[in-house]
Design a protein. Structure first.
Length: 82
């Protein structure tokens, strides 16, 4: 793991190619993404992945409706703050 004080152009968070930037205990850090190719998953992990796929299949058709609802609630919250 590499740590950076200011970075090339300052610290970053998120993913750029296979590098992940994040902050840990006030220090900006970078690490390489894990290589999951060829990994053998346990039965519990496969069962969890299947549950997540099922939930996504259920939610995806209504995703635009959900996004509209949340955008309206954030607009209302912003108006209350101002």
């Amino acid at each position: 793991m590499a740590t950076i004080k200011r970075g090339i152009m300052g610290p970053f968070s998120g993913t750029i190619a296979n590098v992940v930037g994040y902050e840990r205990l006030g220090t900006a850090c970078m690490r390489k993404k894990a290589d999951l190719s060829g990994r053998v998953f346990s039965e519990k992990q496969l069962a969890h992945q299947q549950r997540v796929r099922l939930a996504n299949a259920f939610i995806n058709p209504s995703k635009s409706f959900i996004n509209i609802g949340f955008s309206l609630s954030t607009k209302a919250a912003r108006q209350r703050i101002m």
